[in-house]
Design a protein around this ligand. Structure first.
Ligand code: IPD
Length: 273
């Protein structure tokens, strides 16, 4: 069958994301003092959206970009072909020189994710996946791990940027319970997109977080699924890209075991921001 989104997929892979590391870092803050943004975030998003608009036109395609939303643009997923972009995922890492930074581009049509591309800049790893066609890292096929025993797993979670004590308490209480199952380890790379690619390539068994945004996880969601993994809501229900809650795992067994321990706290949906 003819692949309807081939041109879009190939363009997403080629779009100028490698420039992310080249420019001077000027740090600013967004929602609070720990929610950092740099000129690079803004510049890379401008480059990516600019090239996409030039190639595909503004009328038929929509764009949800982290920095555009921060500047007040709508964050609503419609049925139209929509590019969901995080120009620098792991901005805090980028600012501090902690070596995990990614560019993430997801593409959805009729609210269904069609493909995702994550470029882990400093590792020079290009992860990509198209619905129904498998997942790849630097063109090599990748697969989730086959570990089913939670006690033999590594789990990733992150604390995000909301530092209200009640939320931080719930996050760390969840992490403590998971750590004490016990699992082999708890990790966090500081970029949700990279965390999902680590699930996809079998380095860890799961990544979950409450408070992430659609641009952090849109591309990774396709990559995890195509690598044989699954996505769920933190309450075990179906995954909802705009809900800011997600468990991505190699298997239902691992996902359900984690879900049992997650202390859920409220977050405002992306499409209600
Ligand atoms: C952040 C990273 C981090 C996650 C946060 C995100 P940003 O994205 O993905 O791993 O814990 O929730 O906001 O701000 O660096 O693009």
């Amino acid at each position: 069958m003819e692949d309807p989104w081939k041109r879009e997929f190939e363009f997403a892979v080629e779009v100028e994301i490698r420039k992310a590391g080249e420019s001077e870092i000027r740090v600013m803050t967004k929602s609070c003092t720990v929610d950092l943004v740099t000129k690079t975030d803004e510049r890379v998003e401008k480059i990516i959206i600019g090239s996409l608009k030039e190639e595909f036109g503004e009328g038929t395609h929509c764009f949800i970009g982290e920095e555009s939303v921060a500047k007040g643009e709508a964050c609503v997923l419609t049925d139209k072909p929509t590019w969901i972009i995080d120009p620098v995922d792991g901005t805090t890492n980028f600012v501090h020189g902690f070596p995990f930074v990614a560019v993430s581009i997801g593409f959805a049509v009729n609210k269904e994710l069609e493909f995702g591309v994550v470029y882990s800049c400093l590792e020079d790893k290009m992860y990509k996946a198209q619905k129904g066609k498998g997942a790849f890292c630097n063109d090599e096929p990748i697969q989730v791990s086959d570990v089913q025993d939670i006690k033999k797993s590594i789990i990733i979670s992150e604390h995000g940027v909301d530092r209200s004590p009640e939320k931080v308490t719930k996050i760390f209480s969840t992490m403590q319970k998971i750590l004490c199952i016990p699992v082999h380890g708890l990790r966090g790379s500081g970029t949700a997109a990279t965390n999902m690619c680590l699930v996809a390539c079998g380095a860890v068994e799961a990544f979950f977080e409450i408070g992430i945004h659609c641009w952090d996880i849109a591309a990774g969601a396709v990559i995890v699924k195509e690598a044989g993994g699954l996505l769920l809501d933190v309450n075990g229900g179906p995954f909802d890209l705009m809900s800011r809650r997600m468990v991505s795992a190699n298997s239902d067994t691992i996902a359900q075991r984690i879900i049992k321990e997650i202390e859920i706290f409220p977050v405002v949906r992306d499409d209600a921001l």
